[in-house]
Design a protein around this ligand. Structure first.
Ligand code: ATP
Ligand code: MG
Length: 393
């Protein structure tokens, strides 16, 4: 019965005179999302609201699923709309609406009307009372509850009349594209896809970099990362995924540095390379899936050591999250099942039995000097042989 949606957005509302930029970006992102759905849609802005109208046949569930992935949307309200044909007709329409949407009439309700058109012959309070009465006359088993109604029936009077009562929660956040761009260090693990999702949710566009180490890590491990990028791209939009062959760098570090420092030094090179690509591609920061204390390379001391090599800000949205909390988000956004596929991880193939948990920066720097002879060349080659995949285009 629904052929349209009224879109609610929360935080965009507070952006003052830049508000239209956020609204326009939201409309743009909604268009991209609906393009992937069956049917044709018309999206238009009107007085602090965005309306989506389906033109002809469309798949309701699919459209809702698509809109649920657009950051900036706080609620998706399936709405019935029609031309204003006088108040009597409106009463009939509202009564029919209640019948269609709520087969069980044993419910409390409240009518909430709004006149965007001040020339409408009745005032909101009067409209509420009269529509309420019409509903009670039609369905005596219904009751009015103005404080905690089970059904909040919204009636908006604009050029047309809109009736809605259901709000399907959207993902919240800000429209992607309103917050600049950042480079996500994307591994095949559980954490980094969630970290990317969370930053994209704040309106930031994502690029990503993955370090792989063939033949120690397989084609399947690489494919897993591409798949994760695709899933995150359903929310964040197409992601440029840079794939760096890290094998020679890793072997060189393995050969020249103490094994218990291998992970930290490797992470420092990942950050350096990621930052290099980030600066080349106008990214304003790096994103990782680190969380304090999760593993040896994520203690405060280790994080300080990996942070030190970058000049761009490093965003770590999971920093205070427990693993269980991260898993919950991963499940909700659909990355978890892919993340737990048991393929080798480039971070772990050479791990020491007893990695340092409190690396001393001076010591790390000194040991990195062991790499002076060959590392620059290896980094250059890694950058030159970089592959680029656009995930989710
Ligand atoms: P994740 O679940 O994201 O893999 P993790 O708990 O396994 O994280 P680490 O392996 O120590 O933790 O990695 C910490 C962060 O470093 C990751 O969240 C990711 O952002 C980045 N990272 C690790 N390995 C890679 C890789 N091979 N390619 C790109 N980024 C990586
Ligand atoms: Mg990992």
């Amino acid at each position: 019965m629904f052929t349209a949606f009224l879109i609610k957005y929360a935080e965009i509302g507070i952006k003052g005179k830049n508000r239209y930029l956020f609204e326009d970006m939201l409309v743009h992102q909604m268009k991209l999302a609906l393009k992937k759905c069956e049917g044709q849609f018309l999206i238009h802005k009107s007085q602090g609201r965005i309306f989506v109208e389906a033109r002809g046949e469309f798949d309701f569930e699919e459209a809702v699923e698509g809109l649920k992935k657009v950051f900036g949307i706080s609620g998706i309200c399936p709405v019935v709309y029609e031309e204003d044909q006088g108040f009597e007709k409106l009463c009939e329409r509202v009564v029919a609406y209640v019948d269609q949407v709520y087969p069980d009439k044993h419910k409390t309700f409240k009518v909430h009307s709004r006149r965007a058109r001040k020339d409408y012959p009745k005032e909101s309070m009067e409209i509420n009372a009269d529509l309420g009465e019409a509903i009670l006359n039609a369905y005596p088993e219904m009751r009015v509850d103005v404080h905690e109604p089970e059904i909040l029936l919204n009636v908006e009077i604009r050029e047309k009349i809109y009736i809605y009562s259901e709000i399907i929660p959207g993902p919240g956040g800000m429209p992607v594209g309103t917050g600049g761009k950042a480079m996500l260090l994307l591994s095949g693990g559980i954490d980094s896809p969630v970290a990317g999702y969370m930053i994209a949710k704040r309106g930031v566009k994502l690029d990503a970099v993955y370090f792989h180490a063939p033949p120690y890590t397989s084609e399947r491990a690489r494919q897993k990362v591409v798949d994760l990028a695709r899933t995150v791209a359903e929310y964040a939009g197409p992601i440029w995924l840079h794939i760096i062959n890290f094998t020679d760098i890793q072997l060189y570090i393995h050969e020249k540095c103490p094994h218990e420092e291998l992970t930290i030094i490797m992470r420092r090179y990942m950050m350096r390379i990621a930052e290099h690509i980030a600066k080349d591609t106008d990214c304003l920061g790096l994103i990782t899936g680190e969380s304090i204390g999760q593993v040896a390379s994520q203690t405060m001391q280790s994080l300080a050591a990996t942070n030190e090599v970058c000049s761009l800000p490093v965003y770590r949205p999971l920093i205070g999250f427990d693993k269980q909390e991260i898993v919950e988000v991963a499940n909700r956004i659909g990355t978890f099942e892919t993340s737990i596929l048991p393929y080798e991880d480039c971070c772990t193939i050479f791990v020491a039995k007893h990695p340092v948990t409190k690396p001393n920066l001076n010591v790390i720097r000194r040991h990195e000097h062991n790499l002076d002879e060959g590392i620059e060349e290896l980094v250059r080659t890694a950058l030159e042989t970089k592959e680029l995949i656009v995930a989710g285009a």
